[in-house]
Ligand binder design. Structure first.
Ligand code: ADP
Ligand code: MG
Length: 306
């Protein structure tokens, strides 16, 4: 099967979405932007063996590639519209491609984004790059640099599940919920949209709370105090891991794709699924507290090229 046949068979679906004037098949997609909107552009690459275990089900690889990009869109408060896919494959079978396409379009349909183009190449290992364009009302994007002293610090969902799930995958454990949180993260698009006009700064948690909240606070030129006893933890992680392990996964684990944001408490009381974990402070330090004591949190998540 040549590249054109592969694209036709697996990726060139009938497009009915608004704003797609020309989709897959020409040299480029022609897309119509909405009036009075800013566009948000994000891209993320997943490399086999680095971002997911080699043996991961291809439908999960594809779903995850879309979901992690959408998490960045959620952190900006935007509505996803179009995506492109750059796919590097070694010797993918029909079965592999079919599962991959199924996971890709499942995520695309659930979260309302349309595949409008891509690139297909052969290489030594699977590499999946997804790029997404999103829109939102001009001037309303949630940025990292707007946190104010005395804002509260919040997170969405629960923390640490994905890292716990990845560890279980690597050790052949089988908690379906925790493994699912790693393989198929939920981008918090609805929460992000509801934060517009209320949150003062936002970031998505891809590298663990400790590192990502630090990025937000330093972009804003402020400090913060986080009470780690307030970090929201799932029943599943509580049942399977010690308190130390739970905290380690939540602070450093990564891959949660929850949102961390700052806001005056009273302005977000009606937003469901969020937990207050701390406050923004004027002193530039970031302090972590537990039962009234300062706890040492010395590492800052997982970083490449360190
Ligand atoms: P070109 O040679 O002009 O770069 P390609 O042969 O790479 O074009 O792609 C032909 C068409 O198929 C283009 O519209 C491109 O966007 C689309 N395409 C290529 N690979 C993919 C893919 N993996 N998923 C979706 N569309 C793709
Ligand atoms: Mg071309």
């Amino acid at each position: 099967m040549d590249e054109f046949e592969l694209i036709r068979r697996y990726f060139d679906r009938q497009i009915e979405a608004d704003g797609v004037i020309v989709g897959i098949g020409d040299d480029g997609a022609v897309l119509q932007a909405n009036a009075n909107c800013d566009q948000i552009q994000v891209i993320d690459t997943l490399v086999s063996g680095v971002h997911f275990p080699h043996a991961t089900d291809p439908s999960d690889i594809a779903y995850r590639a879309v979901a992690v990009n959408l998490s960045d869109i959620a952190a900006m408060g935007a509505c996803p519209r179009w995506m492109t896919l750059a796919l590097t494959l070694n010797d993918a079978s029909d079965e592999w491609l079919e599962a991959f396409a199924e996971g890709l379009f499942a995520a695309a349909d659930i979260f309302g984004v349309t595949l409008v183009g891509g690139d297909t190449t052969r290489g030594p290992d699977v590499v999946v790059t997804v790029s997404i364009t999103a829109e939102l009302e001009s001037g309303s994007a949630l940025l990292r640099d707007g946190a104010n002293v005395e804002d509260s610090i919040f997170v969405s969902g629960t923390l640490g599940d994905a890292a716990a799930g990845l560890q279980m995958l690597q050790q052949s454990g089988n908690d379906e919920y925790l493994v699912g949180r790693f393989l198929r993260p939920t981008p918090r698009l609805e929460t992000g949209r509801r934060l517009i006009g209320h949150a003062t700064a936002a970031i998505d948690i891809s590298d663990g709370l400790a590192g990502d909240v630090r990025k937000l606070l330093s972009a804003s030129g402020v400090g913060g105090e986080i009470n780690i006893d307030l970090m929201p933890l799932s029943n599943a992680i509580r049942a399977k891991f010690s308190v130390d392990e739970q905290n380690r996964f939540a602070l450093y684990g990564g891959d949660d794709y929850e949102l961390c944001f700052t806001a005056p408490t009273e302005s977000v009381v009606n937003i469901p699924g969020i937990t207050k974990i701390g406050a923004v402070t004027a002193s530039p330090q970031l302090m972590f507290m537990s039962q009234g004591n300062i706890v040492e949190v010395n590492d800052s998540g997982y970083r490449h090229f360190k």
